[in-house]
Design a protein around this ligand. Structure first.
Ligand SMILES: Cc1ncc(COP(=O)(O)O)c(C=O)c1O
Length: 389
């Protein structure tokens, strides 16, 4: 499937430059149809009939299998969740924290991670350390900082594979190796990586890896998945009790991993996600990664040529990706985002720390869209900022 064919499935691309996949990607029409068909079928056979229950199980199994395929994991090591943050919570609250234990994160993390970190600090006396990784760090600098912040009290290292504000990519394989050498497991927030870059949790040696369905995989909101390395399952206790706990005592088929499934997932959402993941796999994640990176490089290059435009994302090719953050002299990021949307039909988003506007370049975006964004930025930089309203 080429870019034009994917755009055919995404009506938004007809009249808008959508560069906000890092928040939520558009959902292909074929995926939406799968959702509607599955829900209609469920209603037709009866959701709580034998056929309805079988349909529900199969839709959820297929989605978990597709997510496992994209993560490079065995099907039995992945559960469906409803978001990245659910996976983070399952791991962070599932651990047996003692006062004085250390949780190591970094300064650029998303609230999905910093918030549970604050809660375990308050409730359980965990000491949260934050590695001061800068937005323009190289792989080596990020790795060395994480290593230097680890102590013999570190109980978990938790980091995003790609940082959401500026698109900085971390050397997760090398960080995991260093953490494992010290006997410390690693939780990876894959909200910005899965569906954008090739991820293989087996090759990376990951312990816990959590992903969203609605961002780069272009699935629906309310979907996600969590990988738990089978050797680490015993480290966690379920966040709250579910029927799966009961079932486990009588030989729950999926073994202990099912203990971490919190609440059931809609078969409609699951079927929609499965179709979107099928599309990702039909295109090929390596092609998506290369396309996202090329367009990201184009935008970084164009932005760096604009007078009054500050590029806030690294150009280092190991650490960069298809997330590009920038600022325009004098323009508050919120006003720049609304001007881009209202006057030019360009959708990006505001980020803070660094403060700027972030653009996501996915496989459905094109070089001419990047040109248009760059032209508009140039024009707005030249116009200068005038207070809105
Ligand atoms: C790095 C990162 N982690 C977590 C999240 C939250 O994702 P979800 O809504 O799937 O929990 C986001 C969303 O923007 C993110 O960028």
């Amino acid at each position: 499937m080429n870019t034009d064919q994917l755009r055919e499935l995404l009506p938004i691309t007809r009249d808008r430059i959508y560069m906000n996949t890092g928040w939520a990607g558009p959902t292909p029409t074929t995926s939406l149809r799968r959702m509607a068909e599955t829900l209609e079928q469920e209603a037709l056979v009866g959701p709580a009939s034998a056929r309805g229950v079988a349909l529900d199980r199969e839709a959820n199994r297929a989605a978990a299998a597709a997510a496992a395929g994209l993560l490079g994991a065995a099907e039995d090591d992945v559960i469906l969740t409803h978001s990245t943050r659910e996976g983070v919570n399952v791991v962070i609250y599932g651990m047996d924290w003692k006062p004085g234990d250390e949780l190591l994160i970094c300064d650029l993390e998303h609230p999905a991670l910093t918030t549970p970190a604050k809660v375990v600090a308050e409730r359980m006396g965990v000491s949260v350390k934050s590695a001061p990784i800068a937005t323009m760090s190289t792989f080596d600098e990020s790795l060395n900082l994480v290593k230097s912040e680890m102590t013999d009290r570190t109980k978990l290292v938790a980091l995003s594979h790609i940082q959401f504000t500026c698109g900085l990519r971390l050397p997760i394989g090398e960080i995991t190796e260093a953490a494992h050498a010290a006997g410390v497991p690693v939780l990876v927030d894959g909200a910005q990586s899965v569906g954008q870059i090739a991820v293989n949790v087996t090759d990376l040696g990951c312990d816990f890896y959590t992903m969203s369905g609605q961002k780069w995989p272009m699935g629906p909101v309310g979907t996600g998945a969590l990988y738990v390395n089978p050797d680490r399952r015993d480290m966690l206790e379920p966040l709250f009790s579910t029927n799966a706990l009961e079932a486990e005592r009588v030989g729950f088929r999926r073994g202990a991993l099912g203990r971490f499934s919190l609440v059931s997932n809609s078969p409609g959402l699951a079927a929609c996600l499965t179709e979107s993941l099928r599309i990702i796999s039909e295109i090929g994640i390596d092609r998506i990664e290369a396309h996202a990176m090329n367009l990201g490089n184009m935008l970084r290059h164009r932005a760096s040529m604009i007078k009054g435009c500050e590029l806030l994302s690294t150009t280092d090719q190991e650490s960069a990706c298809g997330l590009v953050t920038l600022g325009l002299d004098g323009w508050p990021p919120e006003d720049l985002v609304s001007t881009l949307q209202d006057r030019f039909n360009i959708v990006g988003r505001t980020v803070h720390g660094p403060d700027g506007v972030r653009f996501s370049t996915h496989y459905f975006n094109t070089a001419s869209e990047v040109d248009k964004v760059a032209e508009v930025l140039e024009r707005l930089a030249a116009e200068g900022y005038r207070a809105q309203g």
